[in-house]
Structures are given as structure tokens and as C-alpha cells.
Design a protein around this ligand. Structure first.
Ligand code: PRP
Ligand code: URA
Length: 208
């Protein structure tokens, strides 16, 4: 199941708020972080656990903890930064691997310009975060970067996805599951998702 559209009422409610044209920069950031946390909750629901013993006030008791090396969160600059705090709220010890990719506004092709990845990626689950999956170019470039660095487990968390981008990720990386608050109608002639959110980076950073 490479695309997992979250139908939880809180997610749908918050997505509706985020689409409002008149939403302030502050509220856009806030709701983006809240949605990122809810997507994280879904995307981590099957993580493996291991048993251990915890010392409680009443003596030792059985407990469980997440097994293996710590997760790495991979925000795609710049808009992905808007989702980072929401993810870290649920996984505060996650390692952060920052990737810089923008898409050329004319050709819509991804341009990779920055990469600072966590160590031991071959043993970590990577949660790639970006509000928008449009043509899929930026996500594919990031997945390829992570795989080249040895990462074997990748999940993509996007607020809104276009069917075109979902298809490309499914075709080229069927091992990567996409978690999204909504799969929208499609792309317009400028490569923007309709109805989408507009330019998510500009909204998060208040640059328009
Ligand atoms: C946006 C968005 C994604 C990308 C999606 O970033 O945040 O990274 O476009 O488009 P794609 O699926 O067609 O590649 P943008 O290039 O506008 O950069 P920004 O985050 O710096 O604003
Ligand atoms: N990037 C955005 O910010 N929005 C879109 O709709 C597509 C790419």
C-alpha cells in the first residue's frame, strides 16, 4: 500500500483549515505542525517494540520500547522545516537529516543543493517530510539521495499529494509508503496542486 491517505477526523478538519486562503502565517505554521504530528503518529504505528524491565515505585515491571536505532526525520528545505517540530514533538530523540531540494519553476525539475545526513542510515527508518508532493521530483531526488547513503526504510509524510506525484513514487520506489492528509485532483499547468495549499514554502515562511 504505497499511499496511505489518513482519514482521521482531526486530520481532515485541520486540512480544511489549512486550505483557507485567508489563514495567517502564524496559523498556517501551527496547523502544519499539528498535521505533521498526526501523520507521524500514523506513520509509526507499526514500529517494532522490544521488552525490557522498568524500575517502578512498586519494584520492577515489564515495559516496552521502540527497537533499533533512532528514527531520522528528513525535512526537505525549505517547506519541510515547517513540519519538523510537529514530528519532533512525538519523537524528540530523532536524528535530523536535512536535505535541500527546490524545483526549477520553469522546468519543474528538482535541483538538489544541500545534504547533511545522520550517521548509520542503513539502520534507521527515515521519515521524509515535505508539505507538498506535486510532480514528485523533489521527493524522488530525496529518496535517491537517502538510498545512495544506504537507507533501506523510507516513509514520506506529505500534507497534500497530487496523483501524478504519487504514481511516480509508486512506480520508481514501491518500497516507500506515502502518508498524506489528502490526495488532491491534480496539477495545474504551472505544476501546482489543485486545490492544494498554494505555495506552502511561502506560506510557512511568510515570504509572499
Ligand atoms: C515545493 C515543495 C516541494 C516541491 C514539490 O518546494 O515544498 O519540495 O515544491 O514539488 P514537486 O513534487 O513537483 O517536486 P519548492 O521547490 O517550492 O521550494 P521551497 O520549499 O524552498 O519553497
Ligand atoms: N509546491 C508548492 O508549494 N505547492 C504546490 O502546489 C506545488 C509545489
Amino acid at each position: 500500500m504505497p499511499v496511505h491517505e489518513i482519514t482521521h477526523p482531526l486530520v481532515k478538519h485541520k486540512l480544511g483549515i489549512l486550505r483557507q486562503q485567508s489563514l495567517s502565517t502564524r496559523s498556517f505554521r501551527q496547523v502544519t505542525a499539528e498535521l505533521a504530528a498526526l501523520l507521524t503518529y500514523e506513520a509509526t504505528s507499526d514500529l517494532a517494540l522490544e521488552d525490557y524491565q522498568v524500575q517502578t515505585w512498586a519494584g520492577p515491571a515489564p515495559a516496552q520500547r521502540i527497537k533499533g536505532k533512532k528514527v531520522t526525520v528528513v525535512p526537505i528545505l525549505r517547506a519541510g522545516i515547517g513540519m519538523l517540530d510537529g514530528v519532533l514533538e512525538l519523537i524528540p530523540s530523532a536524528r535530523v537529516s536535512v536535505v535541500g531540494v527546490y524545483r526549477n519553476e520553469e522546468t519543474l525539475q528538482p535541483v538538489a543543493y544541500f545534504e547533511k545526513l545522520a550517521h548509520g542510515l542503513n539502520e534507521r527508518l527515515a521519515l521524509v517530510v515535505d508539505p507538498m508532493l506535486a510532480t514528485g521530483g523533489s521527493m524522488l531526488a530525496t529518496i535517491e539521495m537517502l538510498k545512495k547513503a544506504g537507507c533501506k526504510q523510507i516513509r514520506a509524510l506529505v500534507l497534500v499529494a497530487a496523483p501524478e506525484g504519487v504514481r511516480r513514487v509508486e512506480q520508481e520506489h514501491p518500497d516507500v509508503t506515502i502518508y498524506t492528509a489528502g490526495v488532491d485532483q491534480g496539477l495545474n499547468e504551472d505544476g501546482y496542486i489543485v486545490p492544494g495549499l498554494g505555495d506552502a514554502g511561502d506560506k510557512i515562511f511568510g515570504t509572499k
